[in-house]
Design a protein around this ligand. Structure first.
Ligand code: ATP
Length: 355
C-alpha cells in the first residue's frame, strides 16, 4: 500500500513538531526517517499510524484519504524500541495474539493460526524457541518476536520506531541486515525511524532526513550520502571537516585552497563554509596543487580504517582524515610527520545558515 503525506503540520502547544511535511512512500518500499532527537520522526510515524491527528494536511493510503481513520481501520503493524511482549505468554502465543483477538466472524481457525505462527517463526528464524517466554530470550530475539507479532495480522503498512535502539552494537548490525533481507522477502510498505545514519544507509530504499520538524532532503541512500543538498545533511551523514572562507562569482577561497564552486555563481564575496568528508582527503608526502601543509597529531586504528588527526598551521586547527589501512601502511605515517593534506571533494555553501 502506498502512503502519501500532504502538507502535514503538527503543533504541541506553541511548539511546531512538524511543519508542512510532504512525503510519498511508494508501495513495497522501506523508508527510513532519519534525524536527530526531537526532529519530528516519531510524531510523523504516529500520524501515519493514526495515534496522532495532524493540525493540517492529509494522509492518503493507496490514494484514498485516511486522515481521520481510526488506528484499527488503518491496517498498520507497529514495532517500537521497547515493545513489551506479554511476559506470561510464550513466543508462540505472543505471535498468535493478534489473530486470536480478532472478532469471531473473521478469526482464523486454530489450525490456520498454528500454521501461520509456524511460518512466521520460520521467517524470523526462531522455530526452536516457540515455547519460551520473553524473559528467556535475548533482546534481539525479543525484537524479532515483536516483528513477527506485528506481521501476523498481515498489515499493509509496517511502522518501526527505533526497533533496535535498545540493543548492543553487534546485535543491532545483525538485526538490521536481517530486517533488510526480510523486507526483500515480504515487501510490505515500511517506515522505519532511526537517528543512526549507518542504519538508515544500510537498510533503507529511501532516506528522509528530518530536522526541526521539516524534511531537509529525501532520496536513495546514495543520493543523500553523495549529494547532500544542505549543510545539515552533510554534517548529519558522515564525518565532516569544515573549512571557512569566501566565495565570489563561482570561485571559492577556503582556508588556503582555491576551487571552483559553480553552485555559488551568484555569490558576491560572501562568507562560506566548505564541507569535506574525512575520507575525501588524501595525505601526500609531496606538495601538490590544492594541498595544505599539515602535521600528524595522532593516529587511531578504527577497524579497516586509520583515522589521522592532522594539525593545520593556518588558524591553529585540526582536521580528521580516514585512510584505508593499506594506504596508511604505504605512507608509514608517524606522529610529528610533516605531510600535505589534499581535499579531493569539497562542497561549498554560502554561510547564511545557522551552523
Ligand atoms: P526522538 O528521536 O528523541 O524520539 P523524534 O525525532 O522522534 O525524537 P518527536 O518524538 O517526533 O521527535 O518529537 C518532536 C518534538 O515534539 C519534540 O521536541 C517533542 O518534545 C515534541 N513532542 C512530541 N510529542 C509531544 C506531546 N505529546 N506533547 C508535547 N510535545 C511533544
Amino acid at each position: 500500500m502506498s502512503i502519501d503525506i500532504e502538507a502535514v503540520s503538527k503543533k504541541f502547544g506553541n511548539f511546531s513538531a512538524l511543519s508542512d511535511v510532504n512525503l510519498k512512500v511508494p508501495s513495497g518500499e522501506l523508508v527510513a526517517l532519519l534525524g536527530p532527537s526531537g526532529s519530528g520522526k516519531t510524531s510523523l510515524l504516529r500520524i501515519i499510524a493514526g495515534l496522532e491527528t495532524p493540525d493540517s494536511g492529509r494522509i492518503l493510503f493507496d490514494g484514498v484519504e485516511a486522515t481521520n481513520r481510526q488506528v484499527k481501520e488503518r491496517n498498520v503493524g507497529f514495532v517500537f524500541q521497547h515493545y513489551a511482549l506479554f511476559r506470561h505468554m510464550t513466543v508462540f502465543d505472543n505471535i498468535a495474539f493478534g489473530l486470536t483477538v480478532k472478532p469471531k466472524k473473521v478469526r482464523p481457525g486454530k489450525q490456520e493460526i498454528r500454521d501461520k505462527v509456524h511460518s512466521l517463526l520460520k521467517l524470523i528464524q526462531l522455530e526452536q524457541l516457540a515455547d519460551r517466554y520473553p524473559g528467556q530470550l535475548s533482546g534481539g530475539q525479543r525484537q524479532r518476536v515483536a516483528l513477527a507479532r506485528a506481521l501476523a495480522v498481515e498489515p499493509q503498512v509496517l511502522l518501526l520506531d527505533e526497533p533496535f535502539g535498545a540493543l548492543d552494537a553487534k546485535v543491532r548490525v545483525e538485526l538490521r541486515r536481517w530486517l533488510r533481507r526480510l523486507h526483500d522477502e515480504i515487501h510490505v510498505t515500511s517506515v522505519f525511524v532511526t537517528h543512526d545514519q549507518e542504519e538508515a544507509l544500510e537498510v533503507a530504499d529511501r532516506i528522509v532526513v528530518m530536522n526541526q520538524g521539516k524534511i531537509e532532503q529525501q532520496g536513495t541512500p546514495s543520493e543523500v550520502y553523495d549529494h547532500p543538498t544542505t549543510p545539515f545533511v552533510y554534517d548529519f551523514l558522515g564525518n565532516v571537516n569544515l573549512f571557512r572562507g569566501r566565495v565570489h562569482e563561482g570561485t571559492a577561497q577556503m582556508g588556503g585552497i582555491k576551487l571552483s564552486s559553480p553552485e555559488n555563481a551568484s555569490a558576491n564575496d560572501a562568507p562560506a563554509v566548505g564541507y569535506v568528508r574525512s575520507h575525501d582527503i588524501s595525505i601526500e608526502r609531496e606538495l601538490s596543487e590544492g594541498a595544505l601543509k599539515a602535521e600528524v597529531r595522532y593516529l587511531l586504528s578504527v577497524g579497516p580504517l586509520v583515522r589521522v588527526d592532522l594539525s593545520l598551521p593556518e588558524g591553529d586547527r585540526s582536521i580528521e582524515v580516514d585512510l584505508p589501512r593499506d594506504e596508511a601502511d604505504k605512507l608509514a605515517l608517524k606522529v610529528g610527520d610533516q605531510v600535505f593534506a589534499r581535499p579531493r571533494k569539497m562542497r561549498v555553501f554560502v554561510d547564511d545558515y545557522q551552523i
